[in-house]
Design a binder for this molecule. Structure first.
Ligand SMILES: [Zn+2]
Length: 431
């Protein structure tokens, strides 16, 4: 656990739009951990210091007793809502989870990428980037997108990447029995070729083989990302010994990165425990939020974070895996960080202590003594207001428990400026 304190003297700006005061900041990007005030002007961080005079700020958020984190970066989501089998709208999730930067993981391919780009532009102020699917049709349907040769064209993929560099940050390829069928490793081979041309990483999904996991890992280059790295399915990173496979160890040694991508079928506590015990923590914790995961047992990114806390990962490592690490992996400068000059994206959490039960995607459970409860989410210094969860798509079959959850969520929708921030003593507009 790092306990670095920045000992810098600031000259304060004459006027702040907003001051988030008295919270416990955890910002791995700047190695700041502890009590800090964060001052904002024009949507950007202008001061981070131990004590900023409150009278300088037009509005003060009293964050005492709360964790103040950079806005979270969820590296694996599916936000091509209304156009794909998996897509969900991020707005009803963002305001109550602290996720301010959303990375779509291959929902669109070359044929429908422009529609995803337009859709993401409409999600402002939320920030969005995307991995382009090697399959030109993306994830319109449940699976099978790479089973046809003509859908996986490396040249088309590379051309689309270069045309939309900045928004597109890499190539996604799902490699499992159903997604690739008889095409085997060929789609991944083409994904790597397209990514090499565009000088971006590949994110490869693993699940139920064939292909063989060792063959997949051996094809990856430094900076490429394996998502669903703690899957309990056939392409597990664990050898039968319960230790990480030699191919996974050697991939990590040469700079391949590992992402959780919890989702509805891709996270097993038993695998996570074995990997953590072997000194193989994930580089990124992501939710794989989609139609089939947001009603549980994945739920959202803070719940995924709580699962890793329950497994014994340090809080600062967990925060790093949802902020600066994913931001760096996609070249999103200023995201996942609260340095002076960065966008003022903030996620404010209460740490709820108690006896909680959390489930993985196999419905195995573990007890947790901490949950991260989002109290406020700000993008560019502005609070995101509450938004009811959208009902699931007609092709999603919820369990009774999941349906009850949707109803409860609607009933308990937070007021604008979450309860703790509306009361005078906690959210005080200063004149
Ligand atoms: Zn996914």
């Amino acid at each position: 656990m790092s306990m670095l304190e920045g000992d810098v003297t600031f000259s304060f700006p004459a006027r702040l739009d907003l001051l988030v005061a008295g919270g416990d900041l955890i910002d791995p990007a700047t190695a700041r951990w502890g009590r800090y005030d964060v001052g904002v002007v024009d949507g950007r961080v202008v001061v981070v210091a131990k004590e900023v005079p409150r009278h300088l700020a037009a509005q003060v958020v009293d964050a005492r007793g709360c964790l103040v984190l950079p806005g979270l970066v969820d590296l694996h989501t599916h936000i091509f809502d209304g156009a794909t089998y998996w897509g969900v709208g991020p707005a009803p999730l963002a305001w109550r989870t602290g996720v301010t930067s959303w990375v779509d993981a291959g929902s669109a391919g070359a044929y429908n990428m422009k529609a995803l780009w337009r859709s993401c532009a409409g999600m402002a102020p939320l920030r969005a980037k995307a991995f382009l699917n090697i399959s030109a049709i993306g994830l319109v349907a449940q699976t099978g997108e790479c089973t046809r040769d003509e859908l996986c064209a490396a040249d088309l993929c590379a051309a689309t990447l270069s045309e939309h560099a900045g928004f597109l940050v890499g190539v996604k390829c799902r490699v499992d029995r159903a997604a690739t069928g008889g095409m085997g490793l060929e789609p991944l081979r083409r994904a790597v070729r397209a990514a090499a041309t565009a000088e971006v990483p590949v994110m490869v999904h693993i699940g139920a083989g064939p292909p063989d996991i060792d063959d997949v890992l051996d094809m990856l280059r430094p900076g490429d990302i394996v998502t669903h790295c703690m899957t309990g399915q056939g392409m597990s990173l664990l050898a039968p010994t319960g230790r990480p496979r030699p191919s996974a160890v050697s991939a990590r040694e040469r700079g391949v990165l590992f992402d959780v991508g919890h989702g509805s079928g891709s996270f097993a506590f038993s695998v996570a425990e074995a990997m953590l015990a072997s000194g193989f923590p994930p580089d990124f914790i992501s939710s794989d939020s989609h139609q089939f995961s947001v009603a549980g047992p994945c739920f959202d990114l803070p719940t995924c974070m709580a699962k890793f806390l329950a497994l014994g990962m340090d809080l600062d490592d967990v925060v790093r895996a949802v902020t600066v690490s994913p931001a760096l992996a996609i070249g999103a400068t200023g995201a996942g960080s609260l340095d002076v000059g960065d966008p003022a994206d903030l996620a404010i959490f209460e740490v709820a202590e108690g006896d909680f039960v959390l489930f993985d995607s196999t419905l195995a459970s573990r007890r947790a003594d901490r949950l991260l409860v989002n109290r406020a989410t700000l993008v560019a210094g502005a609070l995101l207001g509450p938004l009811a969860a959208e009902p699931p798509a007609p092709w999603v079959q919820l369990t009774d428990a999941q349906r009850a959850l949707f109803e409860r969520e609607e009933a308990e929708l937070r007021e604008p400026w979450a309860a703790s921030f509306t009361s005078a003593e906690c959210f005080t507009p200063w004149g």
